[in-house]
Design a protein. Structure first.
Length: 134
């Protein structure tokens, strides 16, 4: 958990304006990996918080425009262009993350909790195929 949190902190430092663009994908992954580890040590509040953040970043990735210019100091002026990336899947990132989550032991352990049900209810409507911009 400590190492994954350092990776999150480093990413937040690089993108100090919050202009993660493609890195929303990585922030999503990192938070969800942290969440699974919190489930293992039975810190469920931290797990739910990180599942929520992970899915929020997945949605942010799905909502990216075709192009965006970074404004953060260390990456200022770099341009994100969705035409230069390809995940190799037809589903959007929210759908991909939920698909992995539903197959996980963490989900099996938490699926009946009100907190997990609320997270799923919040993000499941956004799961689907990629938009034209992706």
């Amino acid at each position: 958990i400590r190492i994954l949190k350092k990776a999150i902190a480093l990413t937040e430092l690089l993108f100090d304006d919050g202009d993660y663009c493609f890195w929303n994908y990585h922030m999503s992954e990192l938070h969800i990996w942290v969440a699974h580890r919190y489930v293992r040590i039975h810190d469920l509040n931290a797990a739910f918080e990180n599942f929520e953040k992970g899915l929020r970043y997945a949605k942010a990735y799905d909502d990216l425009p075709q192009t965006a210019t970074h404004t953060s100091f260390l990456v200022q002026g770099n341009v994100f262009d969705a035409r230069n990336i390809n995940s190799g899947t037809e589903e959007n990132d929210v759908a991909r993350e939920l698909g992995y989550l539903f197959k996980s032991n963490s989900y099996q352990e938490l699926k009946d909790t009100p907190q997990m049900q609320a997270i799923i209810a919040k993000y499941e409507p956004f799961a689907g195929k990629k938009s034209v911009n992706q």
